[in-house]
Design a protein around this ligand. Structure first.
Ligand SMILES: N[C@@H](CCC(=O)N[C@@H](CS)C(=O)NCC(=O)O)C(=O)O
Length: 203
Protein backbone atom coordinates (compact mmCIF):
# COMPACT_ATOMS: atom_id res chain seq x y z
CA UNK A 1 0.00 0.00 0.00
CA UNK A 2 1.26 3.50 -0.85
CA UNK A 3 2.03 5.96 1.91
CA UNK A 4 0.46 9.43 1.91
CA UNK A 5 2.59 12.44 2.80
CA UNK A 6 0.81 15.65 3.77
CA UNK A 7 3.05 18.37 2.42
CA UNK A 8 3.57 21.95 1.36
CA UNK A 9 6.00 22.69 -1.46
CA UNK A 10 8.11 25.15 0.54
CA UNK A 11 8.60 23.21 3.78
CA UNK A 12 12.23 22.20 4.31
CA UNK A 13 11.04 19.41 6.61
CA UNK A 14 8.98 17.92 3.79
CA UNK A 15 11.98 18.14 1.48
CA UNK A 16 14.17 16.38 4.05
CA UNK A 17 11.67 13.49 4.18
CA UNK A 18 11.52 13.25 0.38
CA UNK A 19 15.33 13.33 0.06
CA UNK A 20 15.40 10.35 2.43
CA UNK A 21 12.77 8.61 0.32
CA UNK A 22 14.83 9.14 -2.86
CA UNK A 23 18.03 8.00 -1.15
CA UNK A 24 16.19 4.86 -0.02
CA UNK A 25 14.68 4.38 -3.48
CA UNK A 26 11.09 4.35 -2.18
CA UNK A 27 9.91 7.80 -3.34
CA UNK A 28 7.49 6.12 -5.74
CA UNK A 29 5.72 4.55 -2.74
CA UNK A 30 4.75 8.00 -1.45
CA UNK A 31 1.78 9.97 -2.65
CA UNK A 32 1.99 13.70 -1.91
CA UNK A 33 -1.15 15.36 -0.53
CA UNK A 34 -0.72 19.09 -0.87
CA UNK A 35 -1.95 21.25 2.03
CA UNK A 36 -2.54 24.97 1.90
CA UNK A 37 -1.21 25.88 5.33
CA UNK A 38 -1.20 29.22 7.07
CA UNK A 39 0.23 29.62 10.59
CA UNK A 40 -2.97 31.31 11.82
CA UNK A 41 -5.37 28.81 10.24
CA UNK A 42 -5.60 25.17 11.11
CA UNK A 43 -6.61 22.57 8.59
CA UNK A 44 -9.13 20.24 10.32
CA UNK A 45 -8.34 17.15 8.17
CA UNK A 46 -4.62 17.56 8.96
CA UNK A 47 -5.26 18.24 12.67
CA UNK A 48 -7.15 14.93 12.81
CA UNK A 49 -3.98 13.16 11.72
CA UNK A 50 -1.51 15.37 13.59
CA UNK A 51 -2.86 17.48 16.48
CA UNK A 52 -0.10 20.03 15.80
CA UNK A 53 -1.53 20.56 12.32
CA UNK A 54 1.93 20.49 10.78
CA UNK A 55 3.56 19.09 7.70
CA UNK A 56 5.17 16.70 7.09
CA UNK A 57 2.66 14.14 8.34
CA UNK A 58 2.76 10.65 6.91
CA UNK A 59 -0.04 8.11 6.82
CA UNK A 60 1.15 4.53 6.51
CA UNK A 61 -0.99 1.49 7.05
CA UNK A 62 -3.88 3.59 8.50
CA UNK A 63 -1.57 5.16 11.13
CA UNK A 64 -0.25 8.73 11.08
CA UNK A 65 3.35 9.64 11.88
CA UNK A 66 5.15 12.93 12.62
CA UNK A 67 7.41 14.78 12.86
CA UNK A 68 10.03 14.64 10.08
CA UNK A 69 12.55 12.79 12.28
CA UNK A 70 10.03 10.02 13.05
CA UNK A 71 8.97 9.81 9.40
CA UNK A 72 12.60 9.51 8.26
CA UNK A 73 13.15 6.75 10.80
CA UNK A 74 10.04 4.96 9.52
CA UNK A 75 11.17 5.22 5.88
CA UNK A 76 14.64 3.96 6.77
CA UNK A 77 13.10 1.01 8.64
CA UNK A 78 10.64 0.22 5.84
CA UNK A 79 13.39 0.22 3.22
CA UNK A 80 15.91 -1.61 5.39
CA UNK A 81 18.17 1.39 4.82
CA UNK A 82 21.39 2.60 6.35
CA UNK A 83 20.62 6.29 6.79
CA UNK A 84 20.60 5.88 10.59
CA UNK A 85 23.15 3.61 12.28
CA UNK A 86 21.40 0.96 14.37
CA UNK A 87 23.04 1.52 17.70
CA UNK A 88 25.74 3.04 19.80
CA UNK A 89 27.40 6.41 19.59
CA UNK A 90 27.28 6.42 15.79
CA UNK A 91 23.46 6.50 15.95
CA UNK A 92 23.45 9.26 18.56
CA UNK A 93 25.83 11.40 16.49
CA UNK A 94 23.66 11.13 13.39
CA UNK A 95 20.54 12.01 15.43
CA UNK A 96 22.38 14.92 17.04
CA UNK A 97 23.39 16.26 13.61
CA UNK A 98 19.79 15.94 12.54
CA UNK A 99 18.64 17.85 15.65
CA UNK A 100 21.12 20.66 14.99
CA UNK A 101 20.17 21.03 11.33
CA UNK A 102 16.45 20.81 12.24
CA UNK A 103 17.03 23.62 14.76
CA UNK A 104 18.73 25.67 12.08
CA UNK A 105 15.71 25.20 9.83
CA UNK A 106 13.33 26.07 12.69
CA UNK A 107 15.23 29.34 13.23
CA UNK A 108 15.12 30.15 9.50
CA UNK A 109 11.38 29.42 9.32
CA UNK A 110 10.76 31.64 12.39
CA UNK A 111 12.66 34.54 10.76
CA UNK A 112 10.60 34.04 7.63
CA UNK A 113 7.32 34.08 9.59
CA UNK A 114 8.31 37.14 11.64
CA UNK A 115 9.09 39.11 8.50
CA UNK A 116 6.21 37.77 6.41
CA UNK A 117 3.37 37.92 8.93
CA UNK A 118 4.11 41.10 10.84
CA UNK A 119 4.26 44.60 9.51
CA UNK A 120 7.44 46.48 10.25
CA UNK A 121 6.05 48.31 13.29
CA UNK A 122 5.27 45.05 15.09
CA UNK A 123 8.36 43.12 14.04
CA UNK A 124 10.91 42.33 16.74
CA UNK A 125 14.45 42.93 15.55
CA UNK A 126 15.68 41.34 18.81
CA UNK A 127 13.75 38.17 18.06
CA UNK A 128 15.06 38.06 14.50
CA UNK A 129 18.64 38.66 15.74
CA UNK A 130 18.29 35.81 18.26
CA UNK A 131 17.26 33.43 15.47
CA UNK A 132 20.14 34.64 13.28
CA UNK A 133 22.52 33.90 16.17
CA UNK A 134 21.30 30.30 16.27
CA UNK A 135 21.86 29.94 12.54
CA UNK A 136 25.36 31.43 12.83
CA UNK A 137 26.48 29.11 15.61
CA UNK A 138 24.90 26.03 13.99
CA UNK A 139 26.76 26.81 10.75
CA UNK A 140 30.01 27.23 12.71
CA UNK A 141 29.52 23.87 14.42
CA UNK A 142 28.88 22.08 11.13
CA UNK A 143 31.77 23.88 9.44
CA UNK A 144 34.22 22.86 12.15
CA UNK A 145 33.45 19.15 11.58
CA UNK A 146 32.99 19.22 7.83
CA UNK A 147 36.40 17.79 6.90
CA UNK A 148 35.63 14.52 8.68
CA UNK A 149 32.13 14.23 7.19
CA UNK A 150 33.38 13.28 3.73
CA UNK A 151 30.82 11.82 1.36
CA UNK A 152 28.88 9.81 3.94
CA UNK A 153 25.15 9.77 3.20
CA UNK A 154 23.17 9.57 6.42
CA UNK A 155 20.23 11.36 8.03
CA UNK A 156 22.53 13.98 9.55
CA UNK A 157 24.05 14.84 6.16
CA UNK A 158 20.62 14.87 4.50
CA UNK A 159 19.23 17.28 7.11
CA UNK A 160 22.28 19.54 6.85
CA UNK A 161 21.98 19.66 3.04
CA UNK A 162 18.26 20.43 3.33
CA UNK A 163 18.99 23.25 5.79
CA UNK A 164 21.67 24.80 3.54
CA UNK A 165 19.30 24.58 0.58
CA UNK A 166 16.60 26.33 2.62
CA UNK A 167 19.01 29.15 3.58
CA UNK A 168 19.76 29.64 -0.13
CA UNK A 169 16.03 29.69 -0.87
CA UNK A 170 14.77 31.98 1.89
CA UNK A 171 17.75 33.77 3.48
CA UNK A 172 20.28 34.03 0.66
CA UNK A 173 21.46 37.37 2.10
CA UNK A 174 23.21 35.47 4.89
CA UNK A 175 25.87 34.49 2.34
CA UNK A 176 27.07 31.55 4.45
CA UNK A 177 29.55 30.36 1.78
CA UNK A 178 31.86 33.33 2.38
CA UNK A 179 32.53 32.38 6.00
CA UNK A 180 32.46 28.63 5.45
CA UNK A 181 34.23 27.59 2.24
CA UNK A 182 34.59 23.98 3.46
CA UNK A 183 30.85 23.72 3.98
CA UNK A 184 30.31 25.29 0.55
CA UNK A 185 32.54 22.67 -1.05
CA UNK A 186 30.69 19.87 0.71
CA UNK A 187 27.31 21.30 -0.35
CA UNK A 188 28.48 21.64 -3.97
CA UNK A 189 28.99 17.85 -3.95
CA UNK A 190 25.58 17.32 -2.30
CA UNK A 191 23.69 19.51 -4.72
CA UNK A 192 24.66 17.10 -7.50
CA UNK A 193 23.00 14.12 -5.85
CA UNK A 194 19.90 12.95 -7.66
CA UNK A 195 17.88 12.98 -4.39
CA UNK A 196 18.64 16.68 -3.93
CA UNK A 197 17.87 17.53 -7.54
CA UNK A 198 14.67 15.48 -7.63
CA UNK A 199 13.30 17.50 -4.69
CA UNK A 200 14.43 20.96 -5.87
CA UNK A 201 10.86 22.11 -6.54
CA UNK A 202 9.90 21.27 -2.97
CA UNK A 203 11.94 24.16 -1.64
N1 LIG B 1 9.58 19.61 14.00
C1 LIG B 1 8.75 19.54 12.85
C2 LIG B 1 8.65 20.92 12.21
C3 LIG B 1 7.61 20.94 11.10
C4 LIG B 1 7.22 22.36 10.74
O1 LIG B 1 7.68 23.36 11.31
N2 LIG B 1 6.32 22.46 9.75
C5 LIG B 1 5.81 23.75 9.35
C6 LIG B 1 6.07 23.97 7.85
S1 LIG B 1 7.76 24.21 7.52
C7 LIG B 1 4.31 23.78 9.56
O2 LIG B 1 3.63 22.80 9.34
N3 LIG B 1 3.79 24.94 10.00
C8 LIG B 1 2.39 25.13 10.25
C9 LIG B 1 2.10 25.28 11.70
O3 LIG B 1 3.01 25.14 12.54
O4 LIG B 1 0.94 25.53 12.01
C10 LIG B 1 9.30 18.49 11.85
O5 LIG B 1 10.50 18.15 11.95
O6 LIG B 1 8.53 17.96 11.03
Amino acid sequence: MRMKLYATPTSPFVRKVMICAYELDIADQIELERCDLHPFKRLPPLVKLNPLGQVPTLVDDCESYYDSSVICELLNMRAGGKLIPQDGRARLKVLRDQALADGLMDAAVLIRLETLLRDEAHRSSQWIAAQHAKITSALEAFASGISSRGSTVDLGAITLATALGYLDFRLAEIGWRTDHPGLAQWFAFWEQRSSHRATADLC
